[in-house]
Write a protein that binds this ligand. Structure first.
Ligand code: NAD
Length: 475
C-alpha cells in the first residue's frame, strides 16, 4: 500500500494473493488493508489537503504532465502487468494504458481551466463572485475490468481540482494500481496527496471512507448493486457521490446499413475485454430484412475469435475474471436456450489446451432472444451475444429503452434523419452512431438511470470534484 508517501504493509500484517486468471498461477501477494489502514490514509490526505489545494493550478497541472510522461515511458511494463493480472490481450492492454495516460494529460490541461464567474447584482453597491473550489478528501473505489484507466479517470481530475485522494482498487487487480502509484511517485507526488489501500475484503475500507468525517466525497465505479449500497450510506451522511455503474447496451442495426460492416463493429465491441466492459452490447437488435445476413456475418466472425493467454499472438479472447463470472454466463445461456433461443456458436466453457486452468468461455452467439430471458435484462459481463430481430424504428426504440440501465447505446444506419431521431430518443448517456468507440478522455462518460450519477472525463469530469462558492460583496 502507499500511504503518506511510504510503501507500507497493512497494520494487521495480513496479506492476500493475486492470481493470473488465464492459468491460475500465483503472481504476488499484497497487503490486506482494513479500516485502520484506510483511516491512516484518510488522515494523511486530510493533513496535506490545505497545502495541495492552495498550490496554483499550474503547479498541479505540472505534476500531472510529469505523471503522463512517466506513464508513457512505462507503457509496455504496465500493459504486461495488466495482461498477467487481468487477462486481456496485450494489444488491448497497451490501448488501455494509453487511455489511462490520456486522463493524466487531459486533466493536466483542465486543471488550468477551472474558471469562476461574476454575476451582475441588482444593488449598485453589491458584487457577486462565484468560485469553484476542491471538495476535500476523496475516497475512490475502482473495478478490475479496466484496472489502470479506471484509476487515472478518478485520480487525475481529483488532483487537478486540488483534492487529495484515497484509492481502494479491486481485490482482483491491486498490482496494476500499485504500478500506477509507482508512476505517480516517480512523477514527484507529494506525500499524502494520493494514497493507495489494497484489501481483499472491500467492506471495512469502504465503511471507513463513509464514516470518516474528513472524507467528503466518494467516487465509485463498479456494479449497480454495490453502487446503490454506497449511495444509500452517502445519503445518510450527505457526502457527495459519483457513480459509474453497470450497463445493458442496445446495439441497433437498421436495414439501410451494410450488415457486414455492422457485424464487424458489433463483434469488436461485444467481445471487447471478453465482454467484460460496461459499454458492451447486451442486446443486438437487427431489422428483419437483413437479420439473416447479419447473423451469418456476425457468427462467422465470432467463431474465428481465438481464446487463450493474452501474451499469445492472435489471441482476442482472454479469461473471465473468476468462477462466479463463468457461472453467471453459464446460467444466462442455459436460461435462454431453455426459453427457445438458438445457439449459433460457443455455449460452453473452454477447457482444451490447458484453458481449464483459467476461466475461459467460448465466444457465443444466441439468436432469437426474447424479453422473457434473463440475458435480455441482466448485465452479462461475458462473451455472449444475444441477437433479436425487429420490424420498425418506433418498435426498436421502445425495446432499446426498455431497461433499467442507461450507459452506452449504438445505432448503425445511413439515414441521417433516422440517426438524429434515435440519438435524441435513446435514454442512454452515450450513443455511438456507426461508431463502436464513442469514448475518449476529452469526452464526458457516464450513465443515466441505474447506470450512475455524474460524468468522468471531458469538461464535466473535473466538476465532480469541485464545490461552488458564492461570494456577495458590499462595496
Ligand atoms: P463490484 O461492484 O463487485 O466491485 C467494484 C469495486 O467495489 C471493487 O473495488 C470492490 O472491491 C468494491 N466493493 C464491492 N463491495 C463493496 C462494499 N460493500 N463496500 C465498498 N466497496 C465494495 O463490481 P466489479 O465486478 O468489480 O465490476 C464490474 C461492474 O463494474 C460491472 O457492473 C460494470 O458494468 C461496472 N463498470 C462500470 C463502468 C462505468 O464506467 N460505468 C466501468 C467499468 C465497470
Amino acid at each position: 500500500m502507499y500511504i503518506d508517501g511510504q510503501w507500507t504493509d497493512a497494520e494487521s500484517g495480513a496479506t492476500f494473493e493475486v492470481f493470473n486468471p488465464a492459468n491460475g498461477a500465483l503472481i504476488d501477494t499484497v497487503p490486506d488493508g482494513d479500516a485502520r489502514d484506510a483511516r491512516r490514509a484518510i488522515e494523511a490526505a486530510a493533513r496535506v489537503f490545505p497545502e495541495w489545494s492552495t498550490r496554483t493550478a499550474h503547479q498541479r497541472s505540472g505534476f500531472l504532465y510529469r505523471a503522463y510522461e512517466c506513464m508513457m515511458a512505462r507503457k509496455s511494463d504496465l500493459a504486461s502487468r495488466m495482461t498477467e493480472e487481468q487477462g486481456k490481450p496485450l494489444r488491448a492492454a497497451l490501448a488501455e494504458v494509453q487511455y489511462g495516460a490520456d486522463f493524466l494529460l487531459w486533466f493536466a490541461e483542465e486543471a488550468k481551466r477551472v474558471y469562476g464567474e461574476t454575476i451582475p447584482a441588482s444593488r449598485p453597491d453589491q458584487r457577486f463572485l462565484v468560485l469553484h473550489q476542491p471538495i476535500g478528501v476523496v475516497g475512490a473505489i475502482t473495478p478490475w475490468n479496466y484496472p489502470v484507466s479506471m484509476v487515472t479517470r478518478k485520480v487525475a481530475p481529483a488532483l487537478a481540482a486540488g483534492c487529495t485522494i484515497v484509492l481502494k482498487p479491486a481485490e482482483a487487480t491491486p498490482l496494476c494500481a500499485i504500478d500506477v502509484f509507482r508512476v505517480l511517485e516517480e512523477a514527484g507526488l507529494p506525500p499524502g496527496v494520493a494514497n493507495l489501500v489494497t484489501a481483499r475484503n472491500p467492506e471495512p475500507v469502504g465503511r471507513e471512507m463513509l464514516d470518516h468525517p474528513d472524507l467528503h466525497k466518494l467516487t465509485f465505479t463498479g456494479s449497480t448493486e454495490v453502487g446503490k449500497l454506497l449511495a444509500r450510506d452517502c445519503a445518510d451522511r450527505l457526502k457527495r457521490v459519483s457513480l459509474e455503474l453497470g450497463g445493458h447496451a442496445p446495439f441497433v442495426v437498421f436495414d439501410d446499413a451494410d450488415p457486414l460492416h455492422a457485424a464487424k463493429g458489433a463483434v469488436l465491441v461485444k467481445f471487447l475485454n471478453t465482454g467484460q466492459a460496461c459499454i458492451c452490447p447486451n442486446r443486438i437488435f437487427v431489422q428483419r430484412s437483413i437479420y439473416r445476413a447479419f447473423v451469418e456475418a456476425f457468427t462467422d466472425r465470432a467463431n474465428k475469435l481465438v481464446a487463450g493467454s493474452g501474451f499469445d499472438e492472435g489471441v482476442r479472447i482472454g479469461p473471465l475474471v473468476d468462477r462466479s463470472a463463468l457461472a453467471k454466463v453459464e446460467r444466462q445461456v442455459a436460461d435462454a436456450l431453455e426459453k427457445g433461443a438458438s445457439l449459433l456458436c460457443g455455449g460452453r466453457r473452454l477447457t482444451e489446451n490447458e484453458l481449464d486452468q483459467g476461466w475461459f468461455y467460448a465466444p457465443t452467439v444466441l439468436a432469437d432472444v426474447t424479453p422473457d430471458m434473463l440475458i435480455y435484462r441482466e448485465e452479462t459481463f461475458g462473451p455472449v451475444a444475444p441477437l433479436i430481430p425487429f420490424e420498425t424504428e418506433s418498435e426498436v426504440l421502445k425495446m432499446a429503452n426498455d431497461t433499467r440501465y442507461g450507459l452506452a447505446s449504438y445505432v448503425y444506419t445511413r439515414d441521417l434523419a433516422r440517426a438524429m431521431r434515435m440519438m435524441e430518443g435513446l435514454r442512454f448517456g452515450i450513443v455511438g452512431i456507426n461508431d463502436i468507440n464513442p469514448t475518449a478522455a476529452s469526452a464526458p462518460f457516464g450513465g443515466m438511470k441505474e447506470s450512475g450519477l455524474g460524468r468522468e472525463g471531458g469538461r464535466e469530469g473535473i466538476r465532480e470534484y469541485l464545490e461552488t462558492k458564492l461570494v456577495g460583496m458590499s462595496i
